[in-house]
Design a protein around this ligand. Structure first.
Ligand SMILES: [Fe+2]
Length: 379
């Protein structure tokens, strides 16, 4: 039984022992028998080198220092070339201390064992050096693994960077195209709006410019109410088209001088619903058709076509409704001269919160007081 504890080894190791004395080789064989090693022996340095060349997978090489033909240190110098990963142990007598120092300093030898040795010390030394060899192997495998993983990671990172770069380029290109396409659509939309309002005006030349003026007044009110740009844009489009439904009203009625009779009035009133029917299928980015449908609705429910009340009426329609009254009363009509902006302001103030939205009227009054008629009309 060994008195020195041995560490468990993971692998089956091949060991090569070189000594010119057969007796030493026999002792080695006996000592290392039943230890689980794959033991090979050679009785000269030349034979040892031959074995290594044939099979360079030894974990441990143990060599005598004093051998005829070649010293152990010289043998190890060559063995190291053939089998660089093997652990190297020199067997030597006390008299060879100079050789040991030279061998250890040159780095070629991992351990030396002096003759004679105790069996348990030899087994312990071999076990320890093989444990160290296993650690070195595992360390090497781990280093290799980390290196491979790093390379894979770098490759992945490179691919990822390239993908991100390509995706960014693609996105930038798409954004540019989208912007161009949006601008083109805006132009088409504005062109279509203008064409539609011109058609209405062509049938009622007395109100030429009315829709554009209403759009401007309504936008001025909306800006002063600090509404978001998208809502102001909806008001501008709806204002520009709010009377498009008059296209379905006979032009004799639209241009008739003097007051309209009840039936004619009813026909004129259909323009809100007509406009809605014309525009409802167009996919505006805002509820343009609905805003126009409601531009004659009044806060107290006295308006048309649905008799909506208060906040049932869209804010955009409440603004256009007030702008429509201001513009209509400030302009000449075939059946009457202009009533003037003063009368228009008096009308909306008198009916503040009754026919017209109180906040919208307040904003109009403020603009009128601060900037005069020009602030509101800006025509
Ligand atoms: Fe109208």
């Amino acid at each position: 039984m060994n008195s020195l504890p041995l560490s468990p080894l993971k692998y089956k190791h091949s060991i090569l022992v070189i000594d010119d004395e057969e007796a030493i080789l026999d002792i080695m064989k006996i000592t290392l028998a039943n230890q689980g090693y794959d033991l090979h022996t050679a009785n000269s340095a030349e034979e040892g080198l031959k074995i290594l060349k044939e099979s360079p997978n030894f974990s441990l090489i143990i060599s005598d220092q004093i051998m005829p033909g070649m010293l152990g240190v010289q043998f190890f110098a060559q063995a190291r070339e053939i089998c660089p990963n093997a652990m190297r142990v020199l067997l030597t007598g006390y008299a060879d201390m100079d050789a040991i120092i030279e061998a250890v300093n040159s780095g070629g030898i991992h351990l030396y064992i002096t003759k004679p040795w105790r069996k348990d010390e030899l087994l312990y030394s071999i076990n320890q050096i093989l444990s160290r060899a296993e650690l070195l192997i595992e360390n090497q495998q781990l280093t290799e693994l980390v290196k491979k993983q790093n390379e894979a990671l770098m490759e992945l990172n490179k691919n990822l960077e390239e993908k991100v770069r390509m995706k960014t380029l693609h996105l930038e290109q798409s954004t540019r195209e989208l912007k161009t396409s949006y601008e083109r659509i805006q132009l088409i939309l504005e062109g279509a709006e203008l064409a539609m309002s011109k058609i209405v005006e062509s049938r009622d030349p007395y109100t030429a410019g009315h829709e554009q003026h209403v759009a401007k007044i309504a936008c001025t009110i909306a800006r002063n109410m600090s509404l978001p740009n998208i809502q102001i844009e909806a008001i501008r489009i709806a204002g520009s088209l709010h009377d498009i439904g008059k296209i379905a009203v006979p032009s004799e009625i639209l241009t008739k001088p003097g007051r309209l009779n009840k039936l004619e009035m009813e026909m004129v009133k259909t323009h809100a619903q007509n406009a809605y029917d014309i525009l409802k299928t167009i996919e505006f980015p805002y509820p343009i058709a609905k805003i126009i449908l409601q531009h004659h609705e009044r806060i107290d429910g006295s308006g048309y076509p649905q008799g909506l009340k208060g906040e049932e009426i869209l804010l955009e329609a409440r603004i256009i409704g007030v702008a429509d009254v201001i513009e209509a009363m400030s302009s000449h009509r075939p059946y009457r001269p202009t009533l003037g902006i003063e009368s228009a302001m008096a009308e909306i103030t008198r009916n503040r919160g009754i026919l017209y939205d109180a906040d919208v009227v307040d904003v109009c009054s403020r603009i009128y007081q601060d900037q005069g008629p020009k602030g509101l009309l800006q025509m």
